[in-house]
Design a protein around this ligand. Sequence first.
Ligand code: ATP
Ligand code: MG
Length: 691
Amino acid sequence: MSGLNLAQQEAVNFLHGPCLVLAGAGSGKTRVITHKIARLIQTGVEPKRILAITFTNKAAAEMRERAKGLIGREAKDVVICTFHALGVRLLRQDGAALGLKPQFSIMDTDDVTSILKDAAGGTTDSATARQWQWAISLWKNLGLNAAKAQAQAKDDNERVTARIMARYEERLAAFQSVDFDDLIGLPLKLLQDHADVREKWQRNLGHVLVDEYQDTNATQYELLKLLVGERGRLTAVGDDDQSIYGWRGATLDNLRRLPVDYPTLKVVKLEQNYRSTSGILRAANNVIQPNPKLFPKTLFSELGEGEPVRVVDCDNEEHEAERAVARFVSIRANGAHKDWKDFAILYRANHQARIFEQSLRKAQIPYKVSGGQSFFDRAEIRDLCAWLRLWVNTDDDPAFLRSVTTPKRGIGHQTLASLGSFASKYKLSLFEALFSSSLGSVLAARAVGSLHEFGRYVNDLEYRARQTVGADDARAFLTDWLKDIGYEQHLFDSEDNERVAAARWTNVLEFCDWMAKRCGGEIDDTAGASVASERKNLLEVAQTIALLSTISEREKDQNVLTLSTLHASKGLEWPHVILAGCNEGLLPFKLDDDDGRVGQANESIVQRLQEERRLMYVGITRAQRSLAVSWVKRRKKGREIVLGVPSRFIAEMALDQSTVKEDPREKLRALRAEFARKAADTAAAAAARTD
Ligand code: ATP
Ligand code: MG
């Protein structure tokens, strides 16, 4: 119980019923969860019967580490995961009851876009397909299927979307696939419709703990209820002021419903913030103050007044990035925090990262973009990886589906749907089914012919890849292959914007070059670094593709500065934070922009402003010791330069006017630090020459 205040102890010790910890930012809610896991194990609950649900995989990994610190090795058996990962578990174990193979595939957003385009006859542009995707996702989160969505469609637009949704559902079923929303929706259906499965899970779970409860949606709530059952052994922790996923269907109703659905609910409030100085906390409290209160809360800090919160006004975005770098260089040179991992720049939208990246590179500061896309998550790289996976393992159905349709080769969804049902009837993989002699009974000869041609091509690639050794041969092989399948043309055909297509093609070439180097032994597989190793054949290299995920894993704990969107910063903390782009139109995001999304949750402008305010509150409360908010006087908007207006949230922070301007000494300190660094570099270079 050490390291917990009385209220936290109360929540940790309440083991046998439903408990809600409702408290402001940085008050130790997540700490309650980790300590409660330890406490449950201490009282004899088997680790594998404890389920803790977090919002991201990263948060899950961090919680596991902390739990390990408290209880040691036993922590490894505790199930700590996101709602989506929990959904995968439920469906892999018991999805058969819904007619799903245990090795069902999960379609990512790109897969879904292309299935939707295909469902609409293939002539739709990506933007429309993404709007459908958005609408379908919202409907699914509201528990609507295509039929229900059709029945309650309000206009033609929604009726068309519902029709597309029906075709989309058919395709997913035929492909034995699910999308991200299904990972919540289908487990719910499973538990609702199958009492035996439901009872099994309820029996097996001793306690369920949920972090960031304010961002759960209606479907997740129902799922939780069924998992927990009558006994209600549930601990939820959350903060209504940090609910920032309303646009994805998260609802504060889940907070309101708990005391109604669980009359014995114990509510614990935490009031002390252990994260931030009083100055930072006051700014946060002032910003959130105008929002309506679901539950009244007060929050205080005993960490002292601390450095004043600074407002940095900049001429334009480049200037903003330079000043951010100068500020951090100065703080680092003069303060206690020397590690770059203690610094973060947060912003509203992904695209804002680029300009900071450029300045950080110029200043040679190591950084990572969190919440951004990793190279290996790019659609074009995933396309190529699907082909490589198929050479290695022809039974990989998702890889088969992606390869056979990317680029299109005249094998349509009807053919694939028939192949899919034939394969599941005879318990074959799609690739095995394709060569079955009785396939002709369900498919026309022409379709069978196309499938055979594809199958032979894959076998041939596999054979040749095995013979291809060394960088030069590999490069030639990969170039021929991409030409054969017409991949470059495919990129330019499927992307409306030519520059985007060209950038994608560059990524493809980079990837091929990287593969070739591995074949030549210029890069070692396991280290991923430039360590020379033996030459390999291309198939062996393709086999190690699975290791690629470990590359991004390794980046996890580097000592680097963080660039992150506000959404991705939830639950995290850094000693020094800059909130960039605090301009009207960015934060708050354009409020008047009604871009006609179909099925969008009916949020009014007032509600959107409240959510933006919560986002600002989340941002401010990430900072432990110092915080600066910056805005620009002129900003780029498309091709235009528009006058920037400081965010209303800056005024709402009600900072003391005498302290808001940036300290001019900072610039001087930054210059000194820069000078010292250059001098050190020169000295090091001179020393290296003498050696
Ligand atoms: P958020 O709302 O941002 O998710 P939170 O309420 O989950 O925040 P934590 O991340 O658990 O808060 O805690 C914030 C910081 O305060 C952490 O660094 C944590 O270690 C520290 N902390 C929490 N409780 C205590 C305590 N009782 N004594 C000392 N430090 C604490
Ligand atoms: Mg937390």
